[in-house]
Write a new protein. Structure first.
Length: 70
């Protein structure tokens, strides 16, 4: 396996994790951390590309806000 194949495999894994985080966050998390997002279902698909690409930051912020509210 050369460098290009490993880089593509890593990018695929990153994207798959991002898709999973995006699904969980948009189904569960966004309602818990942002009261204004409750019931606003039409804008959520617009957030998917940003969440997939920035999923580590989304998870970090989500965890911090969840711990703060408890």
């Amino acid at each position: 396996m050369d460098f290009a194949e490993m880089a593509l495999a890593a990018l695929r894994i990153y994207a798959l994790v991002g898709v999973g985080v995006s699904a969980l966050f948009l189904l569960i998390g966004i309602d818990r951390i942002d009261e204004d997002a409750r019931g606003a279902y039409l804008f959520r698909p617009l957030l998917i590309p940003a969440i997939v690409s920035l999923w580590p930051l989304v998870v970090l912020r989500w965890v911090r806000l969840e711990l703060k509210t408890r």
